[in-house]
Design a protein around this ligand. Structure first.
Ligand code: PLP
Length: 431
């Protein structure tokens, strides 16, 4: 499968090159040249397939013959070695729990898949690759865990000082080995800008092979298609329209859902639920895409002022604003609303939602207000509530237990290098 740059200046590349490069030389995101819908009978019979089989069917055309079938199947089995439970928390409203992986955030799937692809591509040579990634919270931990100990790959993670939760910080600063954490004085946008600069800095790119592990990278982004099919598999027999509400930051997750829809997965509607960083809700209202400086919220993994994958959504919809508006609603919610939703969910059903999941829940409720025909609604619970302990505990007035995955890191010592400027990053990378 070939991938083209969404800036249309760089040449087309293979899946391998798209994964290794991360972003095209013209700074565009890569996008698959062809999307072939899967046969309808696959979706009609989806209950007969295992989750590994579903994943293989969905992703294999995007990999093409660049990874042998048996290896791709192993990579998938290794990637999906945990569960994706669907929990009904109110009539016709479900939480798809994507937090049962090693770092308890949905990004584990993409990070694990990408790490294993890179490791396969790197199997015959000693060309070291440096994965350079900015995180607003969960990416860092998932990437650190997904890439830990992978041969030939160094990982450098930038995170905004004081703006990630304690658990998140521990997850990305305590692993050691091939994982290095840089604590940046600034916001997530500052981290992301530094990373983008490094990718176009010849002093760096002539010396080291850099790649990204944000959802910019196709191997991080595309495996997220699986979640939508896993939910559909469990709800298909109800024979009702299906709406997904995705708590969105860089819009990789929801955009993967749109790819799944392109493959033929019967999704009726998408809701992009955001915190007050409301670039996309504004866009759907005005037709104008205006990036803004990100604002800090309690759902910090979504504090993004210029969602990187939004351009892929426009590509899927061929820049047809009217068609996009037909398939996508987007709403923004304040921290106060989010906390009230967490409390309401807890009181009504005993379910503990994290702030991101709660934003997703609010998106569904808001959309349902205007629907006479109530469809089934699924919101993504993108992180375990314990990752946002300082927010969740006071809201529901209850102490949470640490799951095993968290106990393992919480008492380890943080190791991070503090940087303030791009030049400091450059010196670090070139030393
Ligand atoms: C990354 C993240 C999001 C946002 O996902 P995008 O694909 O960037 O839109 C939402 N919730 C949590 C917990 C996350 O870690």
């Amino acid at each position: 499968m070939n991938y083209y740059s969404l800036h249309h200046k760089a040449s087309k590349v293979s899946f391998q090159d798209a994964v290794v490069k991360g972003i095209a030389p013209d700074k565009g995101l890569y996008f698959p040249e062809i999307i072939n819908p899967l046969p309808k009978k696959f979706f009609d019979n989806i209950e007969n397939f295992s989750k590994n089989e579903i994943a293989f069917k969905m992703i294999s055309q995007f990999v093409g013959n660049e990874i042998p079938e048996n290896v791709l199947k192993e990579i998938i089995a290794d990637t999906l070695c945990f569960d994706f439970p669907l929990v009904e928390i109110e009539k016709d409203i479900y939480s798809l729990e994507l937090f049962h992986g090693p770092t308890m955030a949905f990004k584990d799937v993409g990070a694990r898949f990408m790490a294993r692809c890179l490791s396969y591509f790197n199997k015959d040579n000693n060309n070291e690759i440096t994965v350079l990634v900015a995180t607003s919270g969960d990416t860092g931990g998932a990437v650190a865990s997904g890439f830990l100990g992978v041969k030939g790959v160094n990982v450098v993670i930038l995170y905004p000082s004081g703006k990630v939760s304690d658990v998140q910080e521990k997850q990305l600063t305590t692993l050691g080995k091939n994982i290095k954490a840089l604590e940046v004085k600034g916001t997530f946008d500052d981290c992301q800008r530094m990373v983008k600069n490094a990718f176009i800095d010849k002093d760096i790119t002539e010396k080291i092979q850099l790649t990204s592990a944000n959802s910019i990278n196709v191997a991080r982004w595309l495996p997220q298609m699986f979640y939508f099919a896993f939910a559909y598999q469990q709800l298909k027999q109800k024979n009702k329209a299906l709406v997904f509400s995705i708590p969105s930051g860089n819009f990789g997750n929801i955009c993967a859902g749109m790819m799944a829809q392109q493959l033929g997965l019967p999704i009726t509607h998408f809701i992009a639920a955001t915190n007050i960083n409301r670039i996309v809700p504004n866009y759907l209202k005005s037709g104008k895409y205006i990036p803004l400086k990100s604002k800090q919220t309690i759902s910090n993994a979504m504090d993004v002022g210029d969602p990187s994958n939004f351009i892929r959504i426009l590509e899927i919809y061929k820049n047809d604003f009217v068609a996009l508006k037909k398939h996508l609603h987007s709403y923004s919610f304040t921290d106060d609303k989010t906390k009230k939703a967490m409390l309401k969910i807890y009181k009504n059903s005993g379910y503990i939602a994290d702030p991101h999941g709660a934003v997703g829940y609010l998106g569904l409720k808001k959309y349902f207000e205007d629907q006479s025909d109530k469809p089934l609604g699924v919101f993504f619970e993108t992180a375990h509530p314990v990752k946002f302990l300082d927010v969740v505990e006071p809201v529901i007035n209850k102490k949470l237990d640490y799951p095993e995955q968290i106990k393992k890191v919480i008492n380890k010592t943080k190791e991070a290098i503090f940087i303030k400027t791009y030049d400091e990053l450059k010196i670090f990378l070139l030393k």
